[in-house]
Design a protein around this ligand. Structure first.
Ligand code: FUB
Length: 325
């Protein structure tokens, strides 16, 4: 009898991770998604805007951006592509990491796109250029329309936008740029143009190579977060959206390849969305491919972000936590 109950207990433990596993998120059986930008809109749903990898992609030639939404973070509604490279007059490739915003009753998708090719052997022969565009919609699920028909600027070369709207309605655009990292530019009220100069922010002397920044505010404190050296998620804090910033350290270590993330509060929980490079059994290639995942994010007493591990459970118990409130 005792042996049977031990066996049952072991079976239950072994069954647990599989039953609860929610990472990577179930966004579509054959759809390879990356670079999740998470937002909670007025309808109470959590939305993810993602980029979309071709199967077994190489050099990130990407063609469209997708949206998904959920209320329990387990069951996701796919809203399909919300904007595609073919809809743009000024770019024909590189549908990279997007961000989104809600302002003046409209939804905005801010996105990088480009042209040309990168010559990895002889970088001087590269013709690749990238810029940042902005598209509008009356709905969070699009379709989004490129109202200005061009990038917000041509120089500096830029991608990975993070559009932060402060409580006073002012919009700040952060991005990764060629020789122009750690810059911020304010945007016009209608978000159709930038306003003023690019401001180089004071990062307290810590300026590693970076990609996709993500800026948010919690309890009056501003957070500038980014994948340091494109891999380790790290953070800075400040009392203003333009800094000066204080470096607060890495909160997620690197794994396999680049990382790109977003952070949002949803129904009392702070959440981290990011992507992982994972094996895909049965895929046409042997290499790892990108998948969107999520974890709970915790803060220390001093406001810094607690270091976290990647888990297979992710936020599978989100609905249960909500019910237990
Ligand atoms: O998905 C294409 C690029 O890879 C993103 O824009 C970067 O942040 C990196 O994730």
């Amino acid at each position: 009898m005792r042996r049977i109950s031990h066996a049952l207990a072991l079976a239950a433990v072994l069954a647990l991770p599989a039953a609860q596993a929610q990472n990577p998120l179930k966004l579509g059986e054959k759809l390879r998604t990356a670079d999740p930008s998470a937002h909670v809109w007025r309808d109470g749903r959590l939305y993810l805007y993602t980029s979309h990898d071709e199967e077994c992609q190489a050099d990130f030639h990407m063609k469209d951006w997708h949206a998904f939404s959920s209320t329990d973070l387990v069951n996701w509604t796919a809203h399909g592509p919300v904007l595609a490279i073919k809809d743009l007059k000024w770019a024909d490739d590189y549908a990279w990491a997007p961000d989104a915003a809600y302002k003046n009753g409209k939804y905005y998708l801010v996105f990088p796109a480009g042209t040309g090719v990168k010559d990895r052997e002889d970088p001087k022969r590269s013709t690749k250029w990238m810029g940042i565009g902005i598209a509008e919609s009356d709905s969070p699920t699009g379709p989004f329309k490129d109202m200005i028909g061009g990038p917000l600027w041509r120089k500096p070369y830029a991608n990975d936008p993070s559009l932060f709207i402060d409580d006073d309605g002012k919009a700040y655009l952060y991005f990764h740029g060629a020789g122009a990292d750690y810059r911020v530019v304010e945007m016009a009220d209608d978000l159709r143009s930038i306003q003023g100069d690019f401001v180089k922010m004071d990062m307290g002397g810590h300026e590693p190579k970076m990609e996709g920044p993500w800026v948010f505010k919690r309890e009056g404190l501003y957070y500038f977060t980014m994948p340091e050296n494109n891999r380790a998620l790290s953070h800075y804090t400040a009392s203003s959206p333009k800094g000066p910033w204080t470096y607060r350290g890495v909160f997620m270590e690197p794994e396999n390849g680049n990382n790109h993330h977003s952070i949002v509060q949803y129904q009392d929980q702070w959440l981290l969305f990011y992507h992982r490079w994972l094996d895909v059994p049965g895929a046409a290639c042997a290499k790892k491919q990108r998948h969107v995942a999520a974890e709970y994010l915790q803060f220390n007493e001093d406001g810094s972000i607690r270091k976290l591990e990647r888990t297979s459970e992710g936020v599978a118990d989100f609905a249960k936590k909500r019910a237990g409130r």
